[in-house]
Design a binder for this molecule. Structure first.
Ligand code: NAD
Length: 446
């Protein structure tokens, strides 16, 4: 799917006109390419805590060009703002004003990343206020940035160290092009567990993954990215999608499983296929999903029930089978596809939004049950993604929807796939129960 407007405002005469009359000027995003530098320039670390010093050492060990100050006019590829020990709102001003002073020096495709502590813990009101204040400030920075730059945060649990494995994994993800369409979001690291992969180029090496709804769109891209990252992939789709599914698996050397996720024994089929072919199952991505849009006043039982059955009830049933099975790894990862419609609601989508909000609830509750295990479950909520589905939208609606995010463009299936792949790594062990939006900071409100 091509965004013609994006191409036009980045070349030729419209480039100048767009600037002069203040039209949106989306730019091509910095996306991950194996072998390319993690960040497009020096990384400035702000903050005066021991955590800031520790984090600067971590970044140095990754061979990044780390600075504690920038010279005037010197450009930065990223600014990491460490605020892990703030005690009151007054502690915010020095660091945020320092950040403001260098924002104009951020390169296109640059990153602003805050590292702070959870505002959910039972701590003093002034501490919670200051911690929560970071969310408002950071999300506003994300709306002020241009040139494809993004701002996101990593939030540490009360006892999690700045140097924890999942904090480092989240930082790598957010600094790199893998997070191109993640903007204005916070990744919470609740525990210190997890292990670093032998190679960050293939963090899923040796893992077996299942992706449902894999014959096309976002699912097919998830298959490709998981395989690129080293996983052996089993691609699941309905029998009618046979040929397309074969093309997808042939592209990555995976195997196909023709199954309807709503079948009562879908979980057992998946477990058996993985155990027989590969001897284990480590990652399950619940991507299969359908829409049957109608205003609620015109909704019928068929539309309502089929959407709930595919998008939510199948996941609950498959998870039950997975979590009861010794064939699903002790450090297994489940990633579910939600949607921003499940967060904000959407006209004509009561059934779909119920199913996707249900996924968010399911993930939260299942994560609580998995708390003391090595398994995790998370959701990814895409916003406007350029797929066959969104290509069918009426022209004007599609154009408006594309520009309604801070990045002023739709995301690509690969953006969703990169986020799924990150949550599926062993290093993301400390991240569970969350819904991470991949929406370019879409402006849809709750
Ligand atoms: P798509 O319609 O292009 O692909 C969905 C795939 O799921 C198809 O191959 C289909 O055959 C398969 N599928 C449907 N029912 C199935 C069943 N019962 N059993 C097995 N497979 C089944 O959709 P997409 O746009 O790639 O979306 C993928 C996921 O992302 C969905 O869960 C969707 O709700 C979610 N999502 C998409 C967007 C977007 O902008 N495209 C936005 C938010 C969320």
């Amino acid at each position: 799917m091509t965004d013609t407007y994006l191409n036009l405002v980045n070349s030729g005469p419209l480039k100048k006109v767009a600037k002069a009359i203040g039209l949106p000027r989306p730019v091509p995003l910095r996306r991950y390419e194996p072998g390319a530098p993690m960040v497009p320039g020096p990384v400035l670390v702000l903050g005066a805590s021991a955590g800031a010093d520790g984090l600067a050492s971590t970044l140095l060990a990754w061979n990044l060009d780390v600075r504690r100050h920038l010279r005037p006019k010197e450009k930065a590829g990223a600014v990491v703002v460490v605020l892990d020990d703030i005690a009151s709102p007054g502690d915010l001003s020095a660091t945020f004003l320092e950040l403001g002073g260098v924002l104009r020096q951020l390169l296109p495709g640059g990153r602003v990343i805050t590292v702070s502590r959870t505002a959910e813990a039972q701590v003093e009101p002034a501490v919670t206020a200051a911690r929560q204040g970071i969310a408002g400030a950071l999300r506003s920075v994300a709306k002020e940035l241009r040139g494809g730059a993004t701002a996101n945060g990593v939030v540490l649990g009360e006892t999690v160290d700045v140097d924890a494995v999942s904090v480092r994994a989240a930082l790598r993800f957010l600094l790199s092009g893998r997070s191109a369409y993640v903007n204005g979001q916070f990744i919470s690291v609740r525990t210190s567990g997890g292990s670093e992969p032998q190679s960050w180029d293939t963090p899923l090496a040796g893992r077996t993954a299942v992706v449902t709804g894999a014959a096309r769109g976002i699912g097919a891209e998830i298959v490709r990215v998981l395989a690129r990252d080293g996983a052996r992939v089993i691609a699941v789709d309905v029998p009618a999608a046979g040929e397309q599914l074969t093309r997808v698996v042939n592209g990555v050397g995976g195997t196909a499983l023709h199954a309807d996720v709503t079948a009562p024994d879908a979980g057992e089929l998946i477990l058996n296929h993985a155990a027989t072919r590969y001897g284990s199952l480590d990652i399950v991505v619940h991507n299969a999903g359908i829409t049957r849009d109608k205003l609620l006043a015109n909704m019928d039982a068929g539309r309502w029930n089929s959407v709930l059955a595919v998008n939510l009830e199948s996941q609950l049933r498959i998870n039950e089978a997975l979590l009861a099975s010794p064939d699903f790894s002790a450090d297994g990862r489940i990633v579910s596809l939600a949607s921003t419609s499940g967060i904000a609601g959407n006209r004509g989508q009561t059934n779909y939004a119920a199913s996707k909000a249900g996924v968010i609830g399911m993930v939260r509750s299942t994560a609580a049950a998995l708390q003391d295990s090595g398994r995790t479950i998370n959701a990814v909520a895409p916003g406007f993604i350029e797929t066959e589905m969104t290509a069918r939208m009426p022209f004007a609606t599609r154009e408006v929807a594309r520009r309604l995010s801070s990045l002023q463009q739709g995301g690509l299936p690969v953006d969703v796939a990169e986020t799924v792949a990150f949550l599926a790594t062993g290093a993301a062990a400390g991240i569970s129960g969350q819904t991470l939006r991949v929406c370019g900071q879409n402006l849809v409100g709750a």
